[in-house]
Ligand binder design. Structure first.
Ligand code: ATP
Ligand code: MG
Length: 405
Protein backbone atom coordinates (compact mmCIF):
# COMPACT_ATOMS: atom_id res chain seq x y z
CA UNK A 1 0.00 0.00 0.00
CA UNK A 2 1.27 3.43 -0.85
CA UNK A 3 -0.04 6.69 0.60
CA UNK A 4 0.64 10.14 -0.70
CA UNK A 5 0.86 12.57 2.21
CA UNK A 6 -0.47 16.05 1.58
CA UNK A 7 0.62 18.92 3.77
CA UNK A 8 -0.13 22.61 3.76
CA UNK A 9 2.46 24.51 1.81
CA UNK A 10 1.76 27.80 3.48
CA UNK A 11 3.97 27.46 6.55
CA UNK A 12 6.90 26.05 4.67
CA UNK A 13 8.21 28.61 2.33
CA UNK A 14 11.93 28.90 1.62
CA UNK A 15 14.43 27.53 4.07
CA UNK A 16 11.78 26.26 6.47
CA UNK A 17 10.61 23.72 3.98
CA UNK A 18 13.25 21.06 4.63
CA UNK A 19 12.97 21.54 8.37
CA UNK A 20 9.20 21.12 8.22
CA UNK A 21 9.31 18.11 5.92
CA UNK A 22 11.99 16.35 7.97
CA UNK A 23 9.93 16.89 11.12
CA UNK A 24 6.86 15.54 9.37
CA UNK A 25 8.72 12.43 8.22
CA UNK A 26 10.02 11.91 11.75
CA UNK A 27 6.53 12.14 13.24
CA UNK A 28 5.07 9.81 10.62
CA UNK A 29 7.81 7.29 11.39
CA UNK A 30 7.13 7.68 15.09
CA UNK A 31 3.40 7.05 14.74
CA UNK A 32 3.79 4.02 12.48
CA UNK A 33 6.57 2.29 14.35
CA UNK A 34 4.38 0.14 16.58
CA UNK A 35 2.29 -1.24 13.75
CA UNK A 36 3.16 -4.83 12.91
CA UNK A 37 4.41 -4.08 9.43
CA UNK A 38 7.34 -2.94 7.36
CA UNK A 39 7.21 0.60 6.11
CA UNK A 40 9.28 3.06 4.19
CA UNK A 41 8.90 6.83 3.90
CA UNK A 42 10.16 8.58 0.77
CA UNK A 43 10.57 12.27 0.22
CA UNK A 44 10.89 13.10 -3.46
CA UNK A 45 10.20 16.22 -5.50
CA UNK A 46 8.33 17.96 -2.73
CA UNK A 47 6.13 14.97 -1.98
CA UNK A 48 6.05 12.46 0.82
CA UNK A 49 5.07 8.86 0.08
CA UNK A 50 4.57 6.20 2.73
CA UNK A 51 4.90 2.62 1.52
CA UNK A 52 3.46 0.05 3.95
CA UNK A 53 3.59 -3.74 3.71
CA UNK A 54 0.27 -5.57 3.43
CA UNK A 55 0.49 -7.02 6.96
CA UNK A 56 -1.86 -4.27 8.13
CA UNK A 57 -5.06 -2.78 6.73
CA UNK A 58 -5.48 0.62 5.15
CA UNK A 59 -7.64 1.64 8.14
CA UNK A 60 -4.91 0.72 10.62
CA UNK A 61 -2.44 2.91 8.77
CA UNK A 62 -4.76 5.87 8.30
CA UNK A 63 -5.80 5.67 11.95
CA UNK A 64 -2.15 6.39 12.84
CA UNK A 65 -1.59 8.97 10.13
CA UNK A 66 -4.65 11.00 11.08
CA UNK A 67 -2.86 11.66 14.38
CA UNK A 68 0.18 13.27 12.79
CA UNK A 69 -0.02 17.06 12.87
CA UNK A 70 1.07 18.69 9.65
CA UNK A 71 -0.80 16.21 7.47
CA UNK A 72 -3.70 17.75 5.59
CA UNK A 73 -4.71 14.71 3.57
CA UNK A 74 -3.83 11.04 3.21
CA UNK A 75 -4.32 9.66 -0.29
CA UNK A 76 -4.10 5.93 -0.99
CA UNK A 77 -2.33 5.84 -4.36
CA UNK A 78 -1.48 3.34 -7.04
CA UNK A 79 1.91 3.53 -8.77
CA UNK A 80 2.42 2.31 -12.31
CA UNK A 81 5.45 2.07 -14.55
CA UNK A 82 5.11 4.09 -17.75
CA UNK A 83 4.27 1.50 -20.39
CA UNK A 84 2.58 3.77 -22.86
CA UNK A 85 -0.81 5.42 -22.87
CA UNK A 86 -2.83 2.32 -23.87
CA UNK A 87 -1.54 0.50 -20.83
CA UNK A 88 -2.19 3.57 -18.64
CA UNK A 89 -5.79 3.61 -19.85
CA UNK A 90 -6.19 -0.05 -18.98
CA UNK A 91 -4.67 0.48 -15.53
CA UNK A 92 -6.86 3.47 -14.68
CA UNK A 93 -10.00 1.60 -15.77
CA UNK A 94 -8.90 -1.32 -13.64
CA UNK A 95 -8.16 0.97 -10.67
CA UNK A 96 -11.62 2.57 -10.81
CA UNK A 97 -13.25 -0.85 -11.14
CA UNK A 98 -11.47 -2.11 -8.00
CA UNK A 99 -11.91 1.05 -5.94
CA UNK A 100 -15.59 1.75 -6.66
CA UNK A 101 -17.90 -1.27 -6.88
CA UNK A 102 -20.77 1.18 -7.53
CA UNK A 103 -19.79 3.62 -10.26
CA UNK A 104 -22.90 5.77 -10.49
CA UNK A 105 -21.08 9.03 -9.94
CA UNK A 106 -19.85 12.10 -11.77
CA UNK A 107 -16.10 12.42 -12.28
CA UNK A 108 -13.31 14.27 -13.89
CA UNK A 109 -9.73 13.35 -14.61
CA UNK A 110 -7.07 15.82 -13.47
CA UNK A 111 -3.74 14.93 -15.00
CA UNK A 112 -0.47 16.62 -14.19
CA UNK A 113 2.55 16.11 -16.38
CA UNK A 114 5.57 16.68 -14.15
CA UNK A 115 7.77 14.94 -16.72
CA UNK A 116 7.60 17.02 -19.86
CA UNK A 117 8.86 14.31 -22.22
CA UNK A 118 5.58 12.40 -21.86
CA UNK A 119 3.97 12.34 -25.32
CA UNK A 120 0.56 13.69 -24.24
CA UNK A 121 0.01 16.98 -22.44
CA UNK A 122 -2.29 17.22 -19.43
CA UNK A 123 -5.39 18.14 -21.43
CA UNK A 124 -4.82 15.26 -23.80
CA UNK A 125 -4.36 12.80 -20.95
CA UNK A 126 -7.61 14.03 -19.34
CA UNK A 127 -9.52 13.60 -22.57
CA UNK A 128 -8.00 10.22 -23.33
CA UNK A 129 -8.56 8.71 -19.88
CA UNK A 130 -12.06 10.25 -19.62
CA UNK A 131 -12.95 8.52 -22.87
CA UNK A 132 -11.54 5.18 -21.75
CA UNK A 133 -13.49 5.33 -18.50
CA UNK A 134 -16.80 6.25 -20.18
CA UNK A 135 -16.39 3.39 -22.57
CA UNK A 136 -15.65 0.88 -19.80
CA UNK A 137 -18.29 2.18 -17.39
CA UNK A 138 -21.21 3.90 -19.16
CA UNK A 139 -22.83 4.56 -15.75
CA UNK A 140 -20.16 7.18 -14.98
CA UNK A 141 -20.79 10.79 -16.06
CA UNK A 142 -18.35 13.62 -16.62
CA UNK A 143 -18.73 16.81 -14.59
CA UNK A 144 -15.70 19.05 -14.88
CA UNK A 145 -17.03 21.72 -12.50
CA UNK A 146 -18.20 19.81 -9.44
CA UNK A 147 -17.36 16.11 -9.81
CA UNK A 148 -18.19 13.62 -7.08
CA UNK A 149 -14.91 11.83 -7.76
CA UNK A 150 -11.79 13.55 -9.02
CA UNK A 151 -9.23 11.17 -10.45
CA UNK A 152 -5.71 12.51 -10.17
CA UNK A 153 -3.05 11.20 -12.52
CA UNK A 154 0.50 12.43 -12.01
CA UNK A 155 3.10 11.63 -14.60
CA UNK A 156 6.49 11.49 -12.93
CA UNK A 157 9.23 8.84 -13.18
CA UNK A 158 6.39 6.51 -12.32
CA UNK A 159 2.71 7.25 -12.79
CA UNK A 160 0.72 7.93 -9.67
CA UNK A 161 -3.08 7.61 -9.63
CA UNK A 162 -5.43 8.44 -6.77
CA UNK A 163 -8.94 9.64 -6.15
CA UNK A 164 -9.55 9.40 -2.42
CA UNK A 165 -8.31 11.73 0.29
CA UNK A 166 -8.76 11.03 3.99
CA UNK A 167 -8.52 14.32 5.93
CA UNK A 168 -5.54 14.72 8.24
CA UNK A 169 -5.53 16.83 11.41
CA UNK A 170 -3.74 19.82 9.83
CA UNK A 171 -1.45 21.96 11.96
CA UNK A 172 2.33 21.70 12.09
CA UNK A 173 4.53 18.70 12.96
CA UNK A 174 5.22 18.34 16.67
CA UNK A 175 8.68 19.63 17.41
CA UNK A 176 8.71 22.45 14.86
CA UNK A 177 7.70 24.96 17.54
CA UNK A 178 9.15 24.96 21.05
CA UNK A 179 8.10 22.93 24.06
CA UNK A 180 5.29 23.86 26.43
CA UNK A 181 4.32 22.71 29.92
CA UNK A 182 0.67 21.69 30.15
CA UNK A 183 -1.18 21.82 33.47
CA UNK A 184 -3.04 18.56 33.05
CA UNK A 185 -5.92 17.80 35.39
CA UNK A 186 -8.34 14.93 35.07
CA UNK A 187 -10.98 17.19 33.55
CA UNK A 188 -12.34 17.68 30.07
CA UNK A 189 -10.54 20.88 29.19
CA UNK A 190 -6.83 20.51 29.76
CA UNK A 191 -6.27 17.48 27.47
CA UNK A 192 -7.94 19.45 24.67
CA UNK A 193 -5.73 22.46 25.45
CA UNK A 194 -2.64 20.26 25.18
CA UNK A 195 -3.84 18.86 21.88
CA UNK A 196 -4.37 22.34 20.48
CA UNK A 197 -0.89 23.58 21.37
CA UNK A 198 0.67 20.39 19.99
CA UNK A 199 -1.27 20.99 16.80
CA UNK A 200 0.71 24.18 16.32
CA UNK A 201 3.93 22.21 16.51
CA UNK A 202 4.69 22.35 20.26
CA UNK A 203 6.16 19.44 22.07
CA UNK A 204 4.22 18.91 25.28
CA UNK A 205 5.33 18.12 28.82
CA UNK A 206 2.80 18.07 31.63
CA UNK A 207 2.36 18.63 35.33
CA UNK A 208 -0.39 17.13 37.48
CA UNK A 209 -1.15 18.20 41.05
CA UNK A 210 -2.03 15.25 43.14
CA UNK A 211 -3.39 15.48 46.70
CA UNK A 212 -3.21 12.09 48.40
CA UNK A 213 -5.04 10.83 50.38
CA UNK A 214 -7.76 13.26 49.31
CA UNK A 215 -7.29 12.26 45.71
CA UNK A 216 -6.91 8.57 45.01
CA UNK A 217 -4.49 6.50 42.98
CA UNK A 218 -7.37 6.04 40.54
CA UNK A 219 -7.51 9.80 39.98
CA UNK A 220 -3.79 9.76 39.21
CA UNK A 221 -4.26 6.75 36.91
CA UNK A 222 -6.95 8.68 35.06
CA UNK A 223 -4.55 11.57 34.42
CA UNK A 224 -1.90 9.11 33.18
CA UNK A 225 -4.50 7.58 30.86
CA UNK A 226 -5.39 11.04 29.53
CA UNK A 227 -1.71 11.82 28.98
CA UNK A 228 -1.38 8.52 27.10
CA UNK A 229 -4.30 9.46 24.86
CA UNK A 230 -2.89 12.92 24.16
CA UNK A 231 0.52 11.35 23.49
CA UNK A 232 -0.90 9.56 20.44
CA UNK A 233 -0.73 12.99 18.85
CA UNK A 234 2.19 14.57 20.68
CA UNK A 235 4.67 11.75 21.22
CA UNK A 236 5.85 10.79 24.73
CA UNK A 237 4.86 13.22 27.48
CA UNK A 238 7.05 13.81 30.52
CA UNK A 239 4.40 13.98 33.23
CA UNK A 240 5.43 15.62 36.49
CA UNK A 241 3.28 14.38 39.35
CA UNK A 242 3.47 16.92 42.17
CA UNK A 243 2.34 16.04 45.68
CA UNK A 244 0.28 19.10 46.46
CA UNK A 245 -1.46 18.02 49.68
CA UNK A 246 0.66 19.91 52.22
CA UNK A 247 0.53 23.17 50.30
CA UNK A 248 -3.22 22.87 49.93
CA UNK A 249 -3.68 22.09 53.63
CA UNK A 250 -1.57 25.06 54.61
CA UNK A 251 -3.58 27.38 52.37
CA UNK A 252 -6.80 25.85 53.72
CA UNK A 253 -5.73 26.43 57.31
CA UNK A 254 -4.43 29.94 56.80
CA UNK A 255 -6.33 31.79 54.08
CA UNK A 256 -9.97 32.87 53.65
CA UNK A 257 -11.87 29.99 52.12
CA UNK A 258 -13.44 32.03 49.36
CA UNK A 259 -9.91 32.70 48.03
CA UNK A 260 -8.65 29.11 48.24
CA UNK A 261 -8.94 28.25 44.59
CA UNK A 262 -7.16 31.37 43.41
CA UNK A 263 -4.30 31.00 45.85
CA UNK A 264 -3.97 27.32 45.09
CA UNK A 265 -3.97 28.09 41.41
CA UNK A 266 -1.17 30.62 41.90
CA UNK A 267 0.95 27.97 43.58
CA UNK A 268 0.18 25.52 40.79
CA UNK A 269 1.34 28.04 38.20
CA UNK A 270 4.54 28.78 40.14
CA UNK A 271 5.41 25.10 40.44
CA UNK A 272 4.53 24.41 36.80
CA UNK A 273 6.73 27.30 35.77
CA UNK A 274 9.59 26.00 37.88
CA UNK A 275 9.53 22.69 35.97
CA UNK A 276 8.99 24.50 32.69
CA UNK A 277 12.23 26.46 33.17
CA UNK A 278 14.04 23.37 34.35
CA UNK A 279 13.06 21.41 31.22
CA UNK A 280 13.40 24.29 28.76
CA UNK A 281 9.75 24.80 28.03
CA UNK A 282 8.84 28.18 26.66
CA UNK A 283 5.35 28.57 28.03
CA UNK A 284 2.60 27.13 30.19
CA UNK A 285 -0.67 25.75 28.83
CA UNK A 286 -3.96 25.55 30.71
CA UNK A 287 -7.51 24.53 29.86
CA UNK A 288 -9.00 27.79 31.12
CA UNK A 289 -11.76 29.61 29.26
CA UNK A 290 -13.14 33.01 30.22
CA UNK A 291 -16.03 32.87 32.62
CA UNK A 292 -16.35 29.08 32.78
CA UNK A 293 -16.14 28.96 36.58
CA UNK A 294 -15.36 31.42 39.40
CA UNK A 295 -11.63 30.84 39.04
CA UNK A 296 -11.77 31.73 35.36
CA UNK A 297 -13.33 35.18 35.41
CA UNK A 298 -11.05 37.83 34.00
CA UNK A 299 -10.31 39.07 37.52
CA UNK A 300 -9.38 35.55 38.63
CA UNK A 301 -7.27 34.90 35.57
CA UNK A 302 -5.43 38.14 36.20
CA UNK A 303 -4.63 37.06 39.76
CA UNK A 304 -3.52 33.61 38.62
CA UNK A 305 -1.44 34.94 35.81
CA UNK A 306 0.40 37.42 37.98
CA UNK A 307 2.80 34.83 39.41
CA UNK A 308 4.08 33.76 35.99
CA UNK A 309 6.91 35.25 34.01
CA UNK A 310 6.46 32.87 31.07
CA UNK A 311 3.67 33.25 28.55
CA UNK A 312 0.60 31.27 29.57
CA UNK A 313 -1.22 29.79 26.59
CA UNK A 314 -4.94 29.24 26.99
CA UNK A 315 -6.03 27.80 23.66
CA UNK A 316 -9.64 27.27 24.86
CA UNK A 317 -10.09 30.84 26.00
CA UNK A 318 -12.96 31.67 23.66
CA UNK A 319 -14.67 28.29 23.46
CA UNK A 320 -17.95 27.35 25.10
CA UNK A 321 -18.05 24.18 27.18
CA UNK A 322 -20.11 22.43 24.51
CA UNK A 323 -17.46 23.22 21.90
CA UNK A 324 -14.72 21.91 24.17
CA UNK A 325 -16.73 18.72 24.75
CA UNK A 326 -17.10 18.21 21.01
CA UNK A 327 -13.34 18.50 20.59
CA UNK A 328 -12.67 16.17 23.52
CA UNK A 329 -14.93 13.60 21.85
CA UNK A 330 -13.22 14.05 18.51
CA UNK A 331 -9.72 13.51 19.93
CA UNK A 332 -10.86 10.61 22.10
CA UNK A 333 -10.29 11.95 25.63
CA UNK A 334 -13.89 12.69 26.64
CA UNK A 335 -14.85 9.25 27.96
CA UNK A 336 -11.85 9.15 30.27
CA UNK A 337 -12.31 12.76 31.39
CA UNK A 338 -15.83 12.14 32.66
CA UNK A 339 -14.87 9.21 34.89
CA UNK A 340 -16.00 10.32 38.33
CA UNK A 341 -12.75 10.55 40.27
CA UNK A 342 -12.10 13.42 42.61
CA UNK A 343 -9.85 16.31 41.69
CA UNK A 344 -7.62 18.15 44.15
CA UNK A 345 -9.41 21.43 43.45
CA UNK A 346 -12.90 20.11 44.10
CA UNK A 347 -11.97 18.78 47.51
CA UNK A 348 -10.83 22.04 48.98
CA UNK A 349 -13.23 24.22 47.08
CA UNK A 350 -15.28 26.85 48.92
CA UNK A 351 -19.08 26.99 48.67
CA UNK A 352 -18.94 30.58 47.52
CA UNK A 353 -15.60 31.34 45.89
CA UNK A 354 -14.79 34.95 45.03
CA UNK A 355 -15.56 35.75 41.43
CA UNK A 356 -13.91 39.15 41.46
CA UNK A 357 -10.75 38.79 43.52
CA UNK A 358 -8.31 41.68 43.68
CA UNK A 359 -4.59 41.14 43.60
CA UNK A 360 -4.24 43.27 46.69
CA UNK A 361 -6.52 41.07 48.79
CA UNK A 362 -4.99 37.85 47.47
CA UNK A 363 -1.49 39.04 48.21
CA UNK A 364 -2.55 40.13 51.68
CA UNK A 365 -3.86 36.62 52.39
CA UNK A 366 -0.71 35.05 51.02
CA UNK A 367 1.38 37.12 53.43
CA UNK A 368 0.08 34.89 56.20
CA UNK A 369 1.60 31.83 54.54
CA UNK A 370 5.09 33.22 54.80
CA UNK A 371 7.48 31.36 57.06
CA UNK A 372 5.92 27.95 56.49
CA UNK A 373 4.97 27.74 52.83
CA UNK A 374 8.54 28.04 51.52
CA UNK A 375 9.57 24.70 52.97
CA UNK A 376 6.41 23.00 51.75
CA UNK A 377 6.97 24.46 48.31
CA UNK A 378 10.54 23.14 48.23
CA UNK A 379 9.42 19.70 49.42
CA UNK A 380 6.78 19.58 46.67
CA UNK A 381 9.50 20.25 44.09
CA UNK A 382 11.88 17.74 45.62
CA UNK A 383 9.35 14.92 45.80
CA UNK A 384 7.88 15.34 42.33
CA UNK A 385 7.75 12.11 40.39
CA UNK A 386 8.42 12.15 36.63
CA UNK A 387 6.76 9.58 34.39
CA UNK A 388 7.23 9.26 30.65
CA UNK A 389 3.82 8.49 29.23
CA UNK A 390 3.31 7.19 25.72
CA UNK A 391 0.54 5.21 24.01
CA UNK A 392 2.47 2.03 24.80
CA UNK A 393 2.72 2.58 28.52
CA UNK A 394 4.54 4.40 31.26
CA UNK A 395 8.18 4.36 32.22
CA UNK A 396 10.42 6.38 34.47
CA UNK A 397 13.32 8.40 33.04
CA UNK A 398 15.83 5.92 34.50
CA UNK A 399 14.27 2.86 32.88
CA UNK A 400 15.77 1.74 29.57
CA UNK A 401 14.33 3.51 26.55
CA UNK A 402 11.84 1.39 24.68
CA UNK A 403 10.19 4.28 22.99
CA UNK A 404 12.59 7.00 21.96
CA UNK A 405 11.14 10.25 20.67
P1 ATP B 1 -10.27 20.78 33.37
O1 ATP B 1 -11.42 20.14 32.71
O2 ATP B 1 -9.08 20.86 32.49
O3 ATP B 1 -9.97 20.18 34.71
P2 ATP B 1 -11.84 22.75 34.62
O4 ATP B 1 -12.93 23.35 33.87
O5 ATP B 1 -12.15 21.70 35.61
O6 ATP B 1 -10.73 22.26 33.62
P3 ATP B 1 -10.40 24.14 36.63
O7 ATP B 1 -10.49 22.98 37.55
O8 ATP B 1 -10.78 25.48 37.08
O9 ATP B 1 -11.12 23.95 35.27
O10 ATP B 1 -8.89 24.21 36.13
C1 ATP B 1 -8.46 25.15 35.20
C2 ATP B 1 -7.13 24.69 34.65
O11 ATP B 1 -6.16 24.58 35.66
C3 ATP B 1 -7.21 23.29 34.05
O12 ATP B 1 -7.67 23.31 32.72
C4 ATP B 1 -5.80 22.84 34.17
O13 ATP B 1 -5.01 23.36 33.11
C5 ATP B 1 -5.35 23.45 35.49
N1 ATP B 1 -5.55 22.49 36.60
C6 ATP B 1 -6.60 22.42 37.43
N2 ATP B 1 -6.44 21.42 38.32
C7 ATP B 1 -5.25 20.84 38.04
C8 ATP B 1 -4.51 19.73 38.59
N3 ATP B 1 -4.97 19.01 39.63
N4 ATP B 1 -3.33 19.44 38.03
C9 ATP B 1 -2.87 20.13 36.97
N5 ATP B 1 -3.52 21.17 36.42
C10 ATP B 1 -4.69 21.53 36.94
MG1 MG C 1 -10.59 20.64 36.72
Amino acid sequence: MIFLIKYAEIAIKGKNRKYFEDALVRQIRHNLRHLECEFDIKKTQGRIYVNVSDDVTEEEVTERLTKVFGIVGICPVEMFEDEGEKELGRQVVDYIGRTYPDRHFTFKVSARRARKNYPLNSMEINAFLGGELLEAYPEMKVDVHDPEVEIFVEIREQICVYSRQIPGPGGMPVGTSGKAMLLLSGGIDSPVAGYMCAKRGCKIDAVYFHAPPYTSERAKRKVIDLAAQVSQYTGPIYLHVVNFTDIQMEIYKTCPHDQLTIIMRRYMMKIAEHFAYETESMGLVTGESIGQVASQTMQSLMCTNEVCTMPVYRPLIGLDKTEIIDRAKAIGTFETSILPYEDCCTIFVAKHPVTKPTLKSIKKSEEKLKGRIEELYQTALDTTEVLIVSPNGVRTPKAPEKDSE
